[in-house]
Structures are given as C-alpha cells and as structure tokens.
Ligand binder design. Structure first.
Ligand SMILES: [Fe+2]
Ligand SMILES: [Fe+2]
Ligand SMILES: [Fe+2]
Length: 421
C-alpha cells in the first residue's frame, strides 16, 4: 500500500477530526508534544515509539466527540471525566490498531493512587505522563500567565507520580516547551517526529478504516452508507475486471469519500425534510473539504476517485460539472454506487427503496446519461446479487460500532461503581 505514507495517515486522522472540533485537536497536539518531550527527557524510547505515543496522545480525548458537549471542555476534563475516557478507549481498542495501548486512554484521568489501587502496571509511565501533560495544558489554557507548574507539587504521590513531576520539571528546564507552544514551533517538531512512523500495510488499512469510523461521531447513518457503497464498488470493480491495484485504489477512495461530512451539522445530514437552498450549498461543501484534506496526503488517483463522486457523466454533477470522457472507470463506479446507496438505505424521512423502485429510477435516469452506460449495464446484469450482498455487508459494518456502544454501557457502570467505593 504505497499510496499513503505512515506520517500522512496520522495527519489525515488529525485533520479529519479537526472538522468536528479544531480546539480539541489543538489541545491533543499540545498534549502530544508535552508527552513526547517528557519521554525524550526520560530516555530509552526509540523515535518511532515516541511518535506512536504522540499519535495516541493527539487522540487522547477522541471519546469526547461522542460523549460530551465540546463547547465545555473543562467539564469533561476536570469533573465528569469517565465517559470520554471509556468511549475513547473502546473506540481505539476495537476500531484501530492501537488495541492494548488504548488502555492508556481509559486511565488518563485516574490519579496515581487510583492506578496503584487498580494494580495497573502496563504502560504506567506513559499513562502518568499523559495524565500530567493533559492537566498542564488544560490549566495553562485556563489560567494563562497565572499558571505555575509548581502548583501540582502538593499532589505528588496522590494525583500525580513523583517521577512524572520530576521529569516534567527537567523537561521544562531543558527544552523551553512552553515557549515553543506559544510560538507554535512545537508543530514543526511534532511533524519531524511523526516522520518516523512506520506502519505495516495491514496497520495502514486499519488506520484508514478508523478514519471512516470517525464518521460515526457525526452520523451513524453515514458509516452504514459508506459500508454499503464500498460493497457495491468492490463488486462492480471485480465484475468489470479492474486490476488489483485499481480495485484497491477504489476501495480507499470509497472508504473516505464522505469524510467531509464531518464538517456538516448532523441536523442537515440527517434532515427529514427537503433541504433549503442554503443547506444544499452547505452539503455540497463536503467535496472541496475532502479535496483539501486529501490532497498532498494521498495518491492523487485515490483523491480524485473520492472527490468526484458527485460528478455525473452528462456534466450535470458537481462541483466541476465534468463530463464522461474526463473521468475514469473507478470514479464512475463510485458515482453509481453512492447514488444507489442513497436509494436503498433508510433515510430519516423514508425507508430504503425497494429494488424495483431503484431499478425504475435508474432506467429513467439512464436516458439522461447520468451514469456511465457500461457501469450501469454490469450493475443491471447483476442487480439482485449486488444489492443483496451490499445490504448484508452494510449490516455487518454496524457490528463493530454496536460492540463499542454495548461495551461502553457496561464498562461505564462498572467503573462508576469502582469510583464510588
Ligand atoms: Fe481527557
Ligand atoms: Fe484532554
Ligand atoms: Fe457525498
């Protein structure tokens, strides 16, 4: 999988989540930087290890996208800290390659004493550093010039480990971290660090899927849509005999084609009435947004597949109004697959359309030459099978999400009990 570098997977994940809330990702980046510098001061970590921890730290509050009101960050960082810790942990454990390291997120708001009581030893150093780094950033942001790192000392051995406080003092003395955060120079240093990320192809695939699952933070419906759309694309690509590499490119193009939706309000995405002109405009914005995020990060072939999914062969699509001979087969497959997905999946204002209705609509539209005639022919020739498989795969795609939701409810109850004791 040579069409995306490991570093760009990190940047793509971060930029995708920024669409939901920039401030939270900025906080994540600053915390990642403080953690990185503390690990460097401690010593004994390879660069790529620190880069992976920095990536995890950037995402440390990812659960809050689901569980909290992001306009009140102090509430979930200082008072009601359990929900986002649990959800973030489950999301990364089951829907990303972080797996067991996701536990660091689960514990990032536990005090040093609570960690000791729990008998937590795995990733203890990184967890205590992350916990302190997060507090440093939250209080620095809230207090500005009045912030003093010495105000954490009275909590030594209770809220924070002595070791983490000592390392933080040494880091501040040696590295000028706050000055670099102030001048935003830290971003450059983080960027050099993540240059050393080295993911296997399997990890890259799973991280790309994590990005798709982020759609769930805005709209559950969009995750299912994407899964159905991928299934239709893969089946058409196979039936049309596209080579393996093109099939793979199409898979990734389809996987991320709608991530720009994260910047659109849920009420608009899941509206149960006809959208106003203004809201339609807003929806259309997801295309330039996708292009912005993907360009320079991904192979242009994949970017173009994703960014052209609302073009139409008769030139009546958007945003560029390209015509059929300006586009290639995988782009045209995604166009049809995306349109069919919109018909067969449930919408807030109607149930999914029956197969016959889909067929009739497409027959009618074929007169307008909306879609590529060859793609349409293969689709009609295999109509029932493609729809059956796609619907099943759409349902299966909800399993990982439901798993996270179900475990969230259980774990929250268990941890609340533990906290009360
Ligand atoms: Fe947090
Ligand atoms: Fe945080
Ligand atoms: Fe779209």
């Amino acid at each position: 999988m040579d069409f995306i570098k490991s570093k760009n997977i990190f940047l793509l994940t971060r930029d995708t989540l920024k669409l939901l809330d920039k401030r939270l990702m900025k906080h994540g980046s600053r915390v990642a930087y403080i953690l990185y510098k503390m690990l460097e001061t401690k010593g004994g970590y390879e660069k790529f290890e620190m880069a992976e921890y920095a990536m995890l730290a950037t995402l440390h509050d990812i659960g809050a996208y689901r569980t909290d009101n992001l306009s009140m960050p102090l509430a979930f960082e200082t008072r009601n800290t359990l929900p986002h810790s649990i959800y973030g942990y489950l999301f990364l454990k089951y829907l990303s390659p972080f797996e067991d390291r996701a536990k660091i997120l689960l514990n990032h708001h536990l005090s040093f004493m609570e960690l000791a009581e729990k008998g937590e030893t795995q990733y203890l150093t990184v967890t205590t550093y992350l916990s302190l780094a997060e507090c440093v950033d939250v209080y620095r942001e809230a207090l500005g010039d009045r912030f003093r790192v010495s105000s954490f000392r009275p909590f030594e051995g209770k809220r924070f480990s002595k070791e983490s406080l000592d390392i933080l003092d040494r880091t501040i003395a040696q590295q000028k971290i706050f000055e670099k955060i102030e001048s935003e120079e830290y971003e450059q240093e983080l960027s050099h660090l993540v240059d050393t990320l080295m993911f296997t192809n399997e990890e890259k695939k799973r991280y790309m899927e994590t990005i798709m699952y982020c759609l769930d933070f805005r709209s559950h419906m969009k995750v299912q849509d994407t899964a159905v759309c991928i299934s239709i694309c893969s089946q058409l690509a196979e039936l049309m005999g596209l080579d393996q590499k093109t099939q793979e490119m199409l898979y990734y193009g389809a996987l991320i084609h709608d991530i720009g939706m994260l910047s659109i309000p849920k009420e608009v995405i899941e509206s149960n009435r006809r959208l106003t002109d203004e809201e339609m405009e807003m929806m259309r914005e997801h295309i330039p947004i996708i292009r912005d995020i993907l360009e320079s990060r991904l192979d242009p072939v994949v970017t173009e597949i994703a960014a052209r999914h609302h073009e139409r062969c008769n030139g009546k699509g958007y945003p560029e109004g390209l015509d059929g001979n300006q586009m290639n087969t995988p782009q045209k497959i995604l166009q049809l697959a995306d349109a069919v997905t919109g018909m067969i999946n449930d919408r807030p204002h109607r149930a999914g359309m029956p197969a016959n209705t889909v067929r009739e609509i497409l027959m009618k539209e074929s007169g307008d030459r909306n879609f590529d005639p060859e793609v349409l022919r293969v689709f009609f020739d295999n109509f029932d099978q493609i729809l059956d498989v796609a619907k099943q795969q759409g349902k299966d795609s909800l399993n990982p999400n439901s798993l996270v939701e179900a475990r969230y409810a259980k774990l929250e109850q268990a941890l609340k009990k533990m906290k009360k004791k």
